[in-house]
Structure formats: structure tokens, C-alpha cells
Design a protein around this ligand. Structure first.
Ligand code: ZN
Length: 358
């Protein structure tokens, strides 16, 4: 009887044990599954740090990059662009030219200023990069007129420029000094219009300076430099924001319109000038012109955007020239309501600048 009972008990326990083991197994599996990836990551991070330390102790020097050909190249529209590449050398790995990555495209069908970036990484992970600027010009014989486009300015001793539209003020001074030292001519807008119409020629060394928006950084930092070197610039003012500036007459600064309140995005993500009815655009242009004293003849499209209605509105409001943000020079016969400019940015070197104006 006793024995029988024991056997019975044992028999009853076996499924229980199996069931318990099964549940335990499930829990262990679940825990492993949840933490598996995290553990793996930790292990990976550890090895990466260790291997980097070992390698960087050997090679801390960045590879050297030397451009073949010029830093600033000018080619004619519709010609073929053949990249002259770079040579890359590393103190440990030797010639690593075959590892150079090239970014940036030159569209020879479209006038503009293009950037080609070459970057390379040595075995130890030290990286270096260098750039080349390629300007596609309408013609090489006729130099055209560069109209420079600036935005905002900063002083590196006080702040850092927020983005590429911010130019360090000593870089600006270097550019203005160059124009002044080399006796550049700064034509009036009337002269620019006559030049486009083919009525006059401009001196070889002619350049126009434009500064968009009319914000404080231009007046506080850049205007004193323009005055110091006696160089003229046009401020394209958003009159609803900075229109009062036009009353503070400043030597070497003239004012033209960057719209009254059209420097705003519409719900479609584009500037409102592209969706407003023509009457409303003309009204905005008239208000802007009035704020500037009634003599505005040149316009700068908000965000560089335009369409046929915008152009028609400009003509109705009496504007003679209008600038986009497209890259390129102004030539005899250029479309007066789709004029391109040459963008000056934070990364523009003085060599590039000289090429942009020469
Ligand atoms: Zn603007």
C-alpha cells in the first residue's frame, strides 16, 4: 500500500516537473532575447574603442590632399568638364589616391558655380577633404558682370555665424579691400540696365554688391567697412521688417526692394509671391517702393522664387530689374526679370572671391 502510494505520487509529479521546466525555459529564453542585442552592442562598442586607441597611437596624422589643376576653374557652358582629381598621400599608408571619394556634380548645361569635394580616409580613420570650385560661364570671351549676393555678417570674436549665409566680418573686409585696392568699378543700376540693353560697355573690372534682407548685422558690421573703403552696395530690404532703415541715409548704401511682406512661406511651403493674385502682389510692391522713397526699380525675389505672374506684377509696379538666387553672371541680353547672382558664403575663400570677380 505504502509502495503503491509512492509510485502513484512519483507518476503524478513527472508532468508537473516537465511543465515547470518548460516554463523556466521560456522565461530564460525571453530574458536572453530581450537583452541579447544590448549585450552585443556593448561588446561591439568595447572592441571599437580598443581598436581605435591602438591604431590612433600609430597614425594620428591626416592624409595630405593636393589638387591637380586649379582651385577655381572656369569653363564655358556646354563644354565638357573632365575632373582633374587630386593626389592623396598618407604618412603610413602611402599613396591612397584610389580611396578618394568625389562629391558634387558640375552641370555644364547650366550656368552657375559648382563645388566639387574630394575626401579621403586613411586606415587609422583620419580624414581630410579639399574642394574645387568650378564656374560654368555663358561664354569665356565675354566676361559678364558679377552681381554678388551677401546675406548676414558676424564677428568671430563675439559669435559664430549660424549657417553658410553668415560671413565673418574680417573675411568681408579682405574682399572689400581687394576690390578697393584693385580699383573695381561699381556701376549704378541705370548703368546695369543699359549694359544689359547693349547701350553701354562697363569697365573690365566691374562688380555689383547686393545684400539681402536688410538685417542689423549688415548695418552694424558691414556698412562701416564699405564706408572705410568707399565701396557701394545695395541693400535689398524687406520693408515691413526693416523699412525704417531707408530713412537712415548711409553713405555707400542704396536701398532696393525685397518685397514688403512677401518674405513669408505660404501653406504650400513656397513663398507667398508664387500663390498671391497679381493685384495683391502689385499692392505689396507699391507699399515697399513707397517705404523706400518711391524710387525703387530693382527687386530681389523672396527665396529667389518667381513665376510669370510675379514678373507681370513687377512690370506693372514699375520695377526694371529682378534678381534670383541662381548662380551666374549678368550679360548683354540677359533676361532682366531672371537675373542671376554670385553667392558669397561663409566658406568662400579669398582665392575663390578673386576668381568670382575677375
Ligand atoms: Zn531674403
Amino acid at each position: 500500500m505504502k509502495k503503491h502510494k509512492n509510485i502513484k505520487k512519483k507518476r503524478l509529479n513527472i508532468p508537473k516537473i516537465i511543465f515547470t521546466l518548460f516554463i523556466l525555459g521560456l522565461i530564460i529564453f525571453a530574458i536572453k532575447y530581450i537583452f541579447f542585442n544590448k549585450n552585443n552592442e556593448k561588446i561591439d562598442l568595447g572592441t571599437e574603442v580598443v581598436s581605435q586607441n591602438i591604431v590612433s597611437a600609430k597614425d594620428k596624422e591626416i592624409p595630405e590632399l593636393v589638387l591637380n589643376g586649379r582651385e577655381y576653374e572656369v569653363i564655358a557652358k556646354e563644354s565638357t568638364y573632365k575632373d582633374k582629381m587630386v593626389v592623396a598621400k598618407d604618412n603610413i599608408d602611402g599613396d591612397i589616391t584610389n580611396k578618394v571619394k568625389v562629391e558634387g556634380n558640375v552641370d555644364t548645361q547650366k550656368e552657375g558655380i559648382y563645388e566639387v569635394k574630394y575626401s579621403v580616409r586613411d586606415e587609422a580613420g583620419n580624414e581630410n577633404s579639399i574642394k574645387r570650385t568650378v564656374e560654368v560661364r555663358k561664354t569665356l570671351e565675354n566676361k559678364g558682370l558679377p552681381v554678388l549676393m551677401y546675406h548676414f555678417f558676424y564677428d568671430k570674436n563675439k559669435t559664430t555665424g549660424q549657417d553658410n549665409n553668415w560671413l565673418e566680418i574680417s573675411d568681408f573686409e579682405e574682399q572689400i579691400k581687394y576690390l578697393s585696392d584693385n580699383n573695381f568699378y561699381f556701376p549704378s543700376w541705370e548703368e546695369v540696365e543699359k549694359y544689359i540693353d547693349g547701350e553701354i560697355n562697363l569697365p573690365q573690372k566691374s562688380v555689383v554688391l547686393t545684400v539681402d534682407d536688410g538685417d542689423d548685422s549688415f548695418f552694424e558690421l558691414a556698412v562701416p567697412i564699405l564706408q572705410k573703403y568707399n565701396v557701394d552696395a545695395t541693400s535689398f530690404v524687406i520693408t515691413s521688417w526693416y523699412g525704417y532703415r531707408a530713412n537712415e541715409k548711409q553713405k555707400n548704401v542704396s536701398y532696393q526692394s525685397h518685397s514688403d511682406c512677401m518674405h513669408e512661406g505660404a501653406t504650400n511651403g513656397k513663398g507667398v509671391m508664387l500663390s498671391w493674385p497679381i493685384g495683391k502682389i502689385v499692392e505689396d510692391l507699391n507699399t515697399s517702393n513707397k517705404t523706400l522713397g518711391g524710387n525703387a526699380t530693382v527687386f530681389c525675389y523672396p527665396f529667389g522664387q518667381y513665376n510669370d505672374v510675379a514678373i507681370l506684377a513687377l512690370k506693372q509696379a514699375g520695377f526694371k530689374l529682378a534678381f534670383t538666387t541662381q548662380g551666374g553672371r549678368v550679360y548683354k541680353g540677359s533676361d532682366k526679370y531672371k537675373l542671376p547672382r554670385v553667392r558669397i558664403s561663409k566658406t568662400t575663400t579669398i582665392t575663390e572671391f578673386k576668381n568670382m570677380v575677375n
